[in-house]
Design a protein around this ligand. Sequence first.
Ligand code: GDP
Ligand code: IMO
Ligand code: MG
Length: 428
Amino acid sequence: MTATVVLGLAWGDEGKGRVCDALATDADYVSRYSGGNNAGHTIRVGEEEFVVHLIPSGIVREGVICTVGNGVVVNPEVLAEEISSLEGRGISVRDRLKIDGRAHLIMPYHIRLDSHREKALGKAKIGTTNRGIGPTYEDKVARVGIRVQDIFDEGILRTKLKAALREKNAIFTNVYDEEPYDPDELADGLLRHGELLEPMVADTGTMLRDALERGEKVLLEGAQATLLDNDFGTYPFVTSSNPSVGGVCVGAGIPPRELDQIIGVTKAYTTRVGDGPFPTELSNEIGDTIREAGHEYGSTTGRPRRCGWLDLVAVKWTARLNGITHLALTLLDVLSAVEEINVCVGYEIDGQRVDVYPMHQTDLHHAKPVYKTLPGWGVDITGCRMRGDLPEAAQDFVGFVEAEIGAPLCMISVGPERDQAIIERIGA
Ligand code: GDP
Ligand code: IMO
Ligand code: MG
């Protein structure tokens, strides 16, 4: 019985995909539990790069079964494209992928609403990925969502779509002066995906619980990250699901007592794509240097990522919130490009020194970082495979972060390639 969770400790893109890929060598199942194709998880295998949005990263490892849990929102078009693109690259997908019948479907009207809402917010926009994520989760909670299983009951599908569109079509026609959606046309579109999906639809929670009972290894792949969590993140600049550890149980159907390793992933610095507070953001040349050295452009939308120093106030808080058992520190090599490294160890909020991550949104907006400066190392570290191979300054940086966060490191990544990593204590 081993369930291991991999989740992000900041605002996403921490390298969860590559950490999962490393752990998947030893996994029987890799499962997504939240979010949808707002995620973009990159895995580099030699010269080949795979970016998966909906299908778990484990798909790149032969023999691993991948599940898309009930807590995920599924755009069937994107799913079909992702399957065909991976299969076109020689990866077997349909025999190893299972999609939960309880997962909700992202419909074209969700995407359109997402974009209207953002426009209406103007300068206060969230900066969503415009994939329809928020409106789909809203419908789930409002009990007017369409689920994967509805595709297999045409009568129910048509009835539910009519009900779902009653209010929405009024919004499209009256508020946005647009054509209404025809529920039957949408139903026909969904029914066309039935043949592809049918063999893959499963009760994935039961599958995973059975697997755990048999002593098999299950890896839960987080998407988005804790500071984007709808409850704990920088609300309202968040996503609409719970990427933090609690989301695993409801989104994958696994009881809490089964979770025995929780790996929190953080970059050696911080990035954020989308709007919202970011106390350690560097709107200067150092930020640009980090962006270029780390190729910090969104894997889903291509947007330049905002870059800043590692914020230990935030990460210590998210590490504790998730009860992490291990830490994975990624993109350490990117800091070879800077002379000195700052790490945020406190905030100054309205003249007061604060060491605890604030609950109040206004405090976070006013927070000015208090930094500890550490020397850089300025040399290529991409060839290091043991902690002892790292230059002393890099070892000091890593040791400092590990001690501050208070969880043992299981992995340090020093380059995007699969083997460019220092692996410690995985499975311990
Ligand atoms: P995820 O969403 O958390 O899976 O992360 P993304 O894939 O969106 O973003 C991480 C980016 O960093 C990708 O482009 C990876 O190829 C790259 N990457 C991951 N680990 C490393 C590393 O150790 N060094 C460098 N330079 N790039 C890395
Ligand atoms: P991975 O899994 C980074 C951000 C968006 C926006 C906010 C809400 O690759 O780490 P949404 O479309 O979810 O309603 O957007 O969340 N966001 C991400 N940022 N990585 C992601 O996923 C993200 N998924 C959503 O940029 O700020
Ligand atoms: Mg990403």
